[in-house]
Design a protein around this ligand. Structure first.
Ligand SMILES: Nc1ncnc2c1ncn2[C@@H]1O[C@H](COP(=O)(O)OP(=O)(O)OP(=O)(O)O)[C@@H](O)[C@H]1O
Ligand SMILES: [Mg+2]
Length: 286
């Protein structure tokens, strides 16, 4: 049952879909170098085509087309209820589309893979609320994330290889938690927990990272650090970042997709989409 009321903008007449929106494959890919073991010969790491999702007759995604290039840092913006989180649910196998194509690289059909298979194939997702193990240390949290195929206790007992230790140290430096490595995660600030959770994704070296509202609840300094972090991750990884904080989006994005009513309304630089009258009407002008 849907308890959420339909937002006002959804009751407005449908807008003309932008004929260019969501159809450009060449925009920001960096070639086929960054991804390993994944077939990205056309420079596209993620392909969503004609995706439809409905919940009890309510269409959350409507003929959605979206392409992410290898090494790209893409920001997704759009009003509440636009379908941003649902799109991530489709990519990670949590929600199955009614129809449409969802491919990771050229050959992995995400609609046919389990959530676990999708995660193991190299798609990491961070939810809004941090889900770290509060009683365990920062280091142990990263250790667990690295050894996902074992139970908690089996993982903590199994010895780390030198390579695995080095990887954790590298990630600790990336997320600036080196000096907190032995602290229980429950004692970290909200922002630090978010960084730890990003670190838990990074130890697995995913090729595509999905980040849903990563800076919500962060201080200005933490938001700035997140921007630097994401910029440093791009190219080596591909990132899809959903965020409402336009200052943050402006500081990281070279390419922005605006979702509205389950479809792409506009795509381009932040300046381009901010100047788009339909975008102003449904989102930015509120
Ligand atoms: N499991 C579900 N069952 C029923 N309706 C759902 C379900 N998941 C999402 N919806 C509806 O689908 C629409 C899209 O939701 P979604 O969470 O994807 O939006 P969003 O763009 O992430 O919004 P926000 O910016 O508020 O996070 C909303 O109207 C939501 O109520
Ligand atoms: Mg959402």
């Amino acid at each position: 049952m849907r308890a959420t009321p339909v937002p006002e903008f959804m009751l407005e007449p449908a807008f003309n879909p932008n004929s260019d929106a969501g159809t450009s494959r060449e925009a920001v890919g960096l070639g086929s170098a960054a991804a390993k073991g994944l077939d990205v010969r056309h420079g596209t790491i993620l392909t969503l085509e004609g995706i439809n999702v409905s919940f009890d007759g309510f269409k959350a995604l409507t003929d959605l087309n979206l392409y992410i290039g290898v090494g790209e840092l893409r920001c997704i913006i759009g009003p509440n209820g636009a379908g941003k989180t649902t799109m991530m649910d489709v990519i990670t196998g949590k929600t199955r589309p009614d129809n449409g194509h969802a491919y990771f690289g050229e050959t992995l059909d995400l609609t046919q893979m389990s959530e676990v298979e999708i995660a193991q194939s190299g798609i990491g997702r961070k939810f809004q609320k941090p889900t770290v193990f509060e009683a365990l240390s920062v280091f142990e949290n990263l250790e667990l994330a690295l050894k996902t195929n074992k139970s908690v206790w089996a993982s903590l007992r199994a010895k780390l290889s030198g390579e695995q230790k080095a990887r954790i140290d590298e990630v600790l430096a990336t997320i600036k938690l080196e000096s907190s490595r032995q602290r229980p995660a429950g004692l970290l600030s909200h922002g630090q927990k978010q960084f730890l959770e990003i670190g838990m994704l990074l130890v697995q070296d995913p090729q595509l990272l999905l980040l849903d509202e990563p800076v919500a609840g962060m201080t200005d300094a933490e938001t700035e650090f997140t921007a630097e972090l994401f910029k440093s991750l791009a190219r080596k990884h591909s990132l899809m970042v959903v965020e409402h904080d336009m200052g943050f989006v402006g500081s990281i994005a070279d390419h922005v997709t605006v979702l509205h009513q389950g479809s792409v309304l506009a795509e381009g630089s932040l300046a381009q989409v901010q100047a788009d009258e339909r975008v102003i009407e449904v989102y930015l002008g509120r």
